[in-house]
Ligand binder design. Structure first.
Ligand SMILES: CCCCC/C=C\C/C=C\C/C=C\C/C=C\CCCC(=O)SCCNC(=O)CCNC(=O)[C@H](O)C(C)(C)COP(=O)(O)OP(=O)(O)OC[C@H]1O[C@@H](n2cnc3c(N)ncnc32)[C@H](O)[C@@H]1OP(=O)(O)O
Length: 176
């Protein structure tokens, strides 16, 4: 049974309250969207091992400028594919601010078209393609400075209710 209709209060989880209130802001195109929370691997400013992704709303989607560094190395000089997937998954998390739904990744497919180089700025875009009930189809791309697409991602996100997160809150707090 899913929890998409669960409307129980979320005050027990401070991350949840922040996230939901952020969703209700009507951010204009140039405004930075807030991180999912401080420790988020993709975007949390307090996570020393994280990617510190910063994204903005862009039309019906989101855009980010991103540089992978030595912490994310796979083959020498090239970002690890898992690191690229992490950033793309998190970018989809930012796109949810625009979509206006709580949802989680059910399926993530990444196509690596060309090496993603370290210490090189890329532009990342993501948007929702379609919605069918709780199923959200999203697409993202990574472009180099010449506009060449070096990676794409297609994802299926499933809309969930707040309980999906509140029921795991002790796990989040226990490791802090
Ligand atoms: C992302 C926003 C988070 C906001 C959180 C707010 C506060 C919390 C604080 C911080 C959060 C921090 C960071 C998160 C931010 C961004 C990170 C990026 C996103 C992630 O990193 S997120 C983590 C990884 N993620 C998971 O941890 C999910 C694990 N998973 C599950 O928890 C369940 O799996 C669930 C709930 C997803 C679904 O479970 P379920 O039981 O409710 O639903 P079910 O299985 O029935 O599928 C429903 C419909 O999808 C169809 N369907 C399924 N698979 C399909 C396929 N492959 N192809 C085509 N259709 C498919 C079915 O056929 C059915 O279709 P239909 O409705 O038509 O019957």
């Amino acid at each position: 049974m899913h929890d998409a209709q669960d409307t129980r209060p979320t005050s027990s989880n401070p991350y949840m309250s922040d996230w939901l209130s952020s969703m209700q802001t009507t951010a204009h195109d140039s405004a930075l969207l807030p991180p999912h929370h401080g420790d988020c691997l993709g975007c949390g400013p307090a996570n020393q091992h994280g990617h510190h992704l910063r994204a903005r709303r862009h039309g019906d989607g989101v855009v980010a400028a991103h540089v992978f560094d030595g912490r994310h190395v796979g083959a020498p000089g090239i970002a690890h594919g898992g690191a690229v997937a992490t950033v793309l998954d998190d970018l989809f998390g930012f796109a949810l601010y625009v979509v206006g739904e709580l949802a989680v990744t059910r399926k993530l497919e990444v196509e690596y078209l060309a090496p993603v180089l370290l210490q090189t700025e890329y532009t990342l875009h993501a948007e929702m393609l379609s919605r069918n009930g709780r199923k959200l189809r999203l697409r993202a791309r990574v472009e180099d400075q010449n506009g060449q697409v070096v990676a794409t991602a297609d994802a299926l996100f499933i809309v969930v209710g707040p309980a999906h997160f509140t029921s795991r809150a002790p796990v989040i707090q226990a490791r802090r």
